[in-house]
Design a protein around this ligand. Sequence first.
Ligand SMILES: Cc1cc2nc3c(=O)[nH]c(=O)nc-3n(C[C@H](O)[C@H](O)[C@H](O)COP(=O)(O)OP(=O)(O)OC[C@H]3O[C@@H](n4cnc5c(N)ncnc54)[C@H](O)[C@@H]3O)c2cc1C
Length: 191
Amino acid sequence: MREVLVIGGGVAGLQAAVFTAKAGVDTLVLSGDEPLVCRTDQIQNLITRERITGDEIIETGGERVRSLGGEIRDTTVTTLEREDTPGPFTATTDTGETHTGEYAVVATANEFDFLEPLRDELEFVSGRDGEFTMDRHIETDEANRATDNVFVAGLANTWEYQTSVAIGDGAKAAVNLISDKRDEAYIDHDW
Ligand SMILES: Cc1cc2nc3c(=O)[nH]c(=O)nc-3n(C[C@H](O)[C@H](O)[C@H](O)COP(=O)(O)OP(=O)(O)OC[C@H]3O[C@@H](n4cnc5c(N)ncnc54)[C@H](O)[C@@H]3O)c2cc1C
């Protein structure tokens, strides 16, 4: 049993996993196809670099997750379900793997079919009109929580399309998840 299953290995999912792994929370990222950010080689709006490629962000993010003790598996989740609420989740993948987890972070942008078993627990809202916007998002509270033990990050949660927003949203989801798990405000602070 993992403490956290992160579903989706784009910038939002990887940033969430960096936070949970760094906090010592046992974290497994289940990452399907190529993240959206890999379709561009010129992100120019991050404060840390004049320009960076999407591939480099994902490669560096994956290395950070692993160096902090997290695991990443390249596999697509076909169903996420649980018998009781709250209760552990079981994620089944297209390669026949099953993984159980106490918490789930959903960071899959516009892909929600695998959440069908949880349809009674989740609310969806329509996306904003406009180029590049997503069709739907999962409704969350101000802590990125969709239902007990499910947190949502990035384009799965919000219409704001930019990489930096998704990164920040992944961090926010993770900080709130850890706070929920520990029943105290979690501060990640490096001395
Ligand atoms: C062509 C292009 C250019 C862009 N240029 C810029 C730019 O210049 N500046 C900027 O700030 N932003 C840019 N963006 C936007 C940026 O890519 C997104 O904001 C960001 O990637 C969103 O991250 P995310 O983690 O929410 O979603 P994603 O990156 O889409 O990550 C979601 C991941 O979840 C995976 N997934 C989906 N379903 C499942 C499942 N069932 N099981 C497991 N995994 C699953 C997907 O395969 C994907 O890897 C650009 C995007 C594109 C497409």
